[in-house]
Design a protein around this ligand. Structure first.
Ligand code: AMP
Length: 178
C-alpha cells in the first residue's frame, strides 16, 4: 500500500471515459478503476472525508447505487452511521419520496421516514454531479426530514451542466471537476 496521499489529478486520470453509454451522446464516467485499486480507493475516501473528523458528522447519506460505495466507506472512516437514499420501491419501511425530471421521463428517490432524527448532522455523498436533479431530490428529502446538511460531496462534477445551482445553497464540494 502506498504511503503518500492520492491527488485529485491521479483520481482523474484513473476515471475511464465511455462514449455513448448508456445512450448516444452521453460520455459515461466510469469510476470502477478507482474502486479496483486499493491505494486509489483509500485515497479517494480520504479526500471525500476532507477536513471532517470522526464525531463531527452523525450520518453519511449515500445515493443509489454508486454513491453507496463511497458513502459507506466515508461513514466507516468518520465513525458515522450510513443512510441510503434509494430509487422508489426498494426500501421496505415507510418512506418519504421525491420525484424529479430527467431529459426524458422522470425518476423518484426515497428515504425511510425514521432514518434520521431532526437536526442530525449529515454528509450527502454521490459519485457524480451532472444536472443535479438526483442530488437536489436527495437534498429535498433531507430537508423534509429536518436533517442538517453539512456538505454535499461528489467524486466527480460535470461543471458545464451547472448542477450545483440546483442544490439550494447547500455547501457543495467535488474532488474532480470537468
Ligand atoms: P444528475 O441527476 O443529472 O446530476 O445525474 C447524477 C446521477 O446520474 C449520479 O448518481 C450518477 O451516478 C449518474 N450519472 C449522470 N451522468 C453520468 C455520467 N456522465 N457518467 C456517470 N454517471 C452519471
Amino acid at each position: 500500500m502506498r504511503k503518500s496521499a492520492v491527488t485529485a489529478a491521479e483520481l482523474s486520470s484513473a476515471v475511464r471515459n465511455i462514449p455513448d453509454f448508456p445512450k448516444p451522446g452521453i460520455q459515461f464516467k466510469d469510476i470502477t478503476p478507482i474502486l479496483a485499486d486499493a491505494g486509489l480507493f483509500a485515497g479517494c475516501v480520504d479526500l471525500l472525508c476532507g477536513n471532517f473528523q470522526p464525531g463531527s458528522i452523525d450520518a453519511v447519506v449515500g445515493i443509489d447505487a454508486r454513491g453507496f460505495i463511497f458513502a459507506a466507506a466515508v461513514a466507516f472512516k468518520l465513525q458515522a452511521g450510513f443512510v441510503p437514499v434509494r430509487k422508489k420501491g426498494k426500501l421496505p419501511f415507510e418512506t418519504h419520496e421525491e420525484s424529479y425530471d430527467l431529459e426524458y421521463g422522470s425518476n423518484c428517490v426515497a428515504i425511510h421516514t425514521d432514518a434520521l432524527k431532526n437536526g442530525t448532522r449529515v454528509l450527502l455523498v454521490d459519485d457524480l454531479l451532472a444536472t443535479g436533479g438526483t442530488a437536489a431530490a436527495a437534498v429535498k428529502l433531507l430537508n423534509k426530514i429536518g436533517a442538517q446538511i453539512i456538505e454535499v460531496t461528489f467524486v466527480i462534477e460535470l461543471g458545464f451542466l451547472n448542477g450545483r445551482e440546483r442544490l439550494q445553497g447547500a455547501n457543495t464540494r467535488s474532488l474532480i471537476v470537468y
